[in-house]
Ligand binder design. Structure first.
Ligand code: FPP
Length: 264
């Protein structure tokens, strides 16, 4: 009698992160993921904490997202850590943000090395405080020979400034007769950007419910898939990253073409 009872299957618990990663890796993983890490201030405000507490918590998210991106097989992870417009913030906040790379790298550099991660930076390096420069410089030097994922910090980065600098360099070459105007094309412009050595981002994520680019990689994002989430950056965890990846994998990328047609 008992044997005839139909046993109900136990309700399966949520699929583990590692099973989701394995499943995702059977489909296309974006080679370059760029993230606008937003919402640190609001995260802190909701807890009656100073804004810098949100940035500090955001630093811990950087660690988590770096690790899972590397596990997924992402080749480049670019994180918008400080924009050319962020100098307008209160001095106490700027000083804190400038100290974060030092704290992050002195705490986590050994595990970045263990994960074979290469640290790089885009942005205007020269005007950063000495302690920020030396922390980034040390990490870049110590990870220069790593050939795993590139963790690329956009620090004192602004896309319009980057384009202005590129235009000036190209104009200079034209003026010197090294480059003719007819030969200026997309490849030439690309080669004068700070991202010249990187693939274009396949996926852009912005947290905190804001839906704008805020002067981030305006040229490079021309054909990038966007994923916006209301989650604040300090709360953006591994599952949120996998959700963004799933969204990416569900998209059909046509680059201006028509699905199913070849471009020949
Ligand atoms: C925007 O949130 C966030 C920033 C300007 C800074 C982002 C920096 C981090 C997440 C830490 C970076 C860590 C390293 C290792 C460099 P917001 O302050 O504008 O948030 P709000 O819109 O809620 O005020």
């Amino acid at each position: 009698m008992l044997g005839k009872l139909i046993r109900k299957k136990p309700v399966s618990s949520a699929v583990s992160l590692s099973d989701q990663i394995t499943d995702m890796k059977s489909r296309q993983i974006p080679a370059h993921v760029a993230i606008i890490m937003d919402g640190n201030g609001r995260w802190a405000k909701r807890r009656n904490l100073p804004r810098i507490a949100g940035h500090h918590e955001g630093m811990k998210t950087v660690r988590k997202i770096t690790r899972i991106s590397n596990d997924l097989g992402v080749k480049v992870l670019t994180l918008y850590a400080f924009s050319t417009e962020n100098w307008k913030r209160p001095k106490i906040e700027i000083d804190f943000l400038m100290k974060l790379p030092g704290e992050f790298l002195s705490t986590y550099l050994p595990e970045l090395i263990e994960q074979n991660v290469k640290v790089e930076m885009i942005g205007n390096f020269d005007v950063l405080p000495e302690h920020t420069k030396s922390a980034i410089h040390k990490a870049m030097k110590e990870t220069a020979n790593n050939d795993g994922m590139t963790l690329n910090f956009a620090m004192n980065y602004g896309s319009r400034l980057e384009l202005v600098e590129a235009v000036k360099e190209i104009a200079q070459l034209a003026q010197e007769g090294v480059l003719s105007v007819e030969n200026i094309d997309e490849t030439v412009i690309n080669s004068h950007l700070m991202t010249a050595h990187l693939p274009e981002p396949d996926l852009l994520i912005r947290t905190s419910g804001e839906v704008r680019l805020s002067n981030f990689m305006l040229w490079q994002l021309a054909y990038t898939e966007f994923s916006f989430t209301d989650v604040l950056w300090p709360d953006f965890d591994e599952q949120c990253m996998l959700n963004a990846m799933k969204e990416f994998q569900s998209r059909s990328r046509r680059f201006g073409s028509v699905e199913g047609e070849n471009n020949a």
